[in-house]
Design a protein around this ligand. Structure first.
Ligand SMILES: Nc1ncnc2c1ncn2[C@@H]1O[C@H](COP(=O)(O)OP(=O)(O)OP(=O)(O)O)[C@@H](O)[C@H]1O
Ligand SMILES: [Mg+2]
Length: 298
């Protein structure tokens, strides 16, 4: 299903302009929404799942406005909120069973089958009888995604699902999402972890202070930083001198003093060698540029 975002603005009651004039087309597959804290990711997602009304502009899902058909559109949507919690008294399977009945699955037998099928899909079948609040952080997040999958939604919106997970759980979670995206569904994943995007998403957007400063593929973003990432071999004195002046992405002690990777508009001197940018470099470069008010062409 296609999602078309047109001139979207969200202004909170206190005057906070959280989403500014966003235009974006999201198609089937995995779409990554990347941005720092407070960029407006969660606000945008709440509008997409029709939990919040935009102040102006519109979102069309398969051509239909979310302003008009909220109830019907919600049946296409699965949503895992950033602050997802569940009632403590439930066992893992009971929680999903409850979520299923809320979603309108009346037939008990059908619901039980669905619960076990979903638990299996997210690797929680073995802990189905454990109290949901006794699950590990990663398991809770997987229960969260299972809950979002009830009713086979065509659009799945997950808000920062990997924050705080260990690498194994992060990979596991990402793989669940990638598997889902094989079935012609649209998955929108928000994160501030660059690695989540580079390893899963074909398309992405970069949000900063409510504005969309980039949309395209991860490789297009990386391309924008081409020629702007340098490796410098520095003495301790040189390192001390550039430390506050240049944007160092990483540094390691070396025989000479330091090996540092630096993102900059132009060569910073010191015989800097241009290196191939990765998405993290590109993210830093792009954010820096935009906050300095410079324009970038892609
Ligand atoms: N209920 C609210 N009332 C007023 N302002 C809000 C409200 N919720 C969020 N904001 C503000 O709107 C802006 C965007 O917030 P939002 O939560 O959408 O960002 P985010 O990208 O999801 O951040 P994070 O990565 O921290 O989750 C922020 O400046 C935030 O302080
Ligand atoms: Mg958020």
């Amino acid at each position: 299903m296609k999602i078309e975002i047109n001139d979207l603005n969200v202004v909170y009651r206190n005057g906070n302009h959280a989403v500014k004039n966003i235009n974006l087309l999201i198609e089937e597959g995995m779409f990554g929404l990347l941005g720092p804290n407070g960029a407006g990711k969660s606000t945008l997602m709440k509008v997409l799942v029709a939990l919040m009304k935009p102040s102006s502009g519109d979102v069309l899902i398969n051509g239909e406005s979310i302003r008009k058909n909220r109830k019907k559109l919600r049946s296409y949507l699965g949503y895992l909120p950033q602050d997802f919690r569940f009632f403590t008294r439930f066992r893992t399977w009971e929680f999903l069973d409850y979520a299923g009945s809320l979603a309108g699955i009346r037939n008990r037998k059908e619901r039980i089958n669905m619960v076990d099928e979903l638990l299996d899909r997210v690797g929680l079948l073995e802990v189905r009888d454990r109290k949901a609040n006794k699950l590990s952080g990663g398991m809770k997040r997987r229960l969260g995604i299972a809950q979002a999958l009830i009713g086979n939604p065509r659009i799945i919106v997950v808000d920062e699902p990997t924050t705080g997970l260990d690498p194994d759980e992060r990979i596991r979670f990402r793989n669940i999402l990638s598997d889902l995206s094989q079935n012609d569904v649209t998955i929108i994943l928000s994160t501030h972890i660059v690695g989540d995007i580079s390893s899963t998403c074909q398309k992405m957007a970069l949000l900063n202070r409510g504005e969309m400063i980039f949309s395209g593929s991860p490789s297009e973003l990386t391309g924008a930083a081409e020629g702007h990432v340098f490796n410098l071999s520095l003495t301790q004195e040189q390192y001390d001198e550039i430390k506050d002046r240049l944007h160092i992405i990483s540094s390691m002690p070396s025989e000479m003093g330091w090996d540092a990777q630096v993102v900059a508009d132009e060569s910073p001197g010191f015989d800097g060698k241009i290196i191939e940018p990765n998405l993290e470099h590109a993210y830093v470069y792009y954010m820096e540029h935009k906050t300095k008010g410079l324009s970038l062409k892609i």
